[in-house]
Design a protein around this ligand. Sequence first.
Ligand code: PM9
Length: 460
Amino acid sequence: MVDLSQMAEPFKIKMVEPIKIRTRAEREKAIAEAGYNTFLLKSEDVWIDLLTDSGTAAMSDYQWAGMMLGDEAYAGSKNFYFLCDVVKDIMGYKYLVPTHQGRGAEHILSRYYIREGDHVPGNMYFTTTRLHQEMAGATFHDVIIDEAHNPSKEHPFKGNVDIAKLEKLVSEVGEDKIPYITVGAPVNMAGGQPVSMANMKEVAGFCRKRNIKVVLDAARVLENCYFIQQREDGYKDKNIKEICQELCSYTDACTMSAKKDAYVNIGGWLAMNDEDFFIEAKKQVVVYEGLHTYGGMAGRDMEAVARGFKEATENDEIVSWRVRQVEYLGNGLMQADIPIVRPVGGHAVFVDAKAFFPNLPQDQFPAQQLAAQIYIESGVRTMERGIVSAGRDPATGEHRIPKLELVRITIPRRVYTNSHMDVVVEGIKNLWKRRNDVKGLKMVFEPESLRFFQARFEQM
Ligand code: PM9
């Protein structure tokens, strides 16, 4: 029998924002003016905005009510102490330093731990994370399992760290040159793929013996915990909060972009167990973010973050429905034989642009073009996650050539219904029919770092 409780959204809608679709001619003009970069489109020219799930969530009534309780004192806001309590309860870290968003935490972490010439391993790169590591003088090393680089390969925990790769790095550069490993759980650039509890435990065991710290990139940690609950032996009777507590116990610190799993529009934190790191991080946060009791957030923002994170761990249905909506979109695309990263991840469906446009070489930016064409076809905004996002190697100045050349269709939390997902599928099906007529792009403006945000392109 069908479980009725699984069939519909676990919320009802109290406020709506009208959206309008532009004509095809208007969309063609808008994307050309945006240099074929979906980041440069005006939001009002977008019909269904699946650019990112970062800072785009719809907050609950409990969160909005909390916004009215903002204690906007410069120092010692009561919302800060509430946030500390909530994070400690869910993650267990002793200390918390608030930051305006995730990269603020990455900046402080990298400056504290990294010395010129160090090496930082991670389970695949993330754009802002790697940039902060490089700016602090380190070289990043990808130690994710090979399966993660193969879009069609099924694996329940494609985000896992390959311990053999980690061991090889240690033997090549020496453990004293590796201050920490970043474990993203789940792995954004691999398709929102989770890390298993067993793997996290193994990483911790390996690193603790060598005095290498384990830092969790916790942006979507609750989604990772949901996958552990669904897929890993021994966790089906545990709730997301219990799983999160255990996962964090294998790590020494975390960076958090609260804009994802805390269901808010802005915010972040750095949390740790080490007191010396805490003292130094507090010194840094006042230079780069704001006082150590607000870190760039207003009191009301901290209240919304705390309430959002708390709510998402009090009722597993919030995260479960969110991930199942992503799966709904993924299933729709798979049924239409559109090549996507398998299995479907937690926050987005990733279309394989190499398989979509097999005739376009990677230096003609197939994923960038695919995102632009999806917009023209349907008014849906998505994002390139391929060669443009990978940037240039700082040592050689050459393009980094990632194996994955993807377009990310990212679902904001609690914002769109499954009818919107059906539109996405239909639009991509239409584009699939004319895929052989699509040519490549050439880059005509390239910022030095994080180029995907502002680069401009022309049709070849
Ligand atoms: N992620 C995303 O859309 C927003 C910026 S890149 C388009 O996926 C991880 C795993 C992230 C992330 C941001 C950050 C940085 C760190 N780790 O954006 O600074 O996905 O809050 O977080 C984005 P902030």
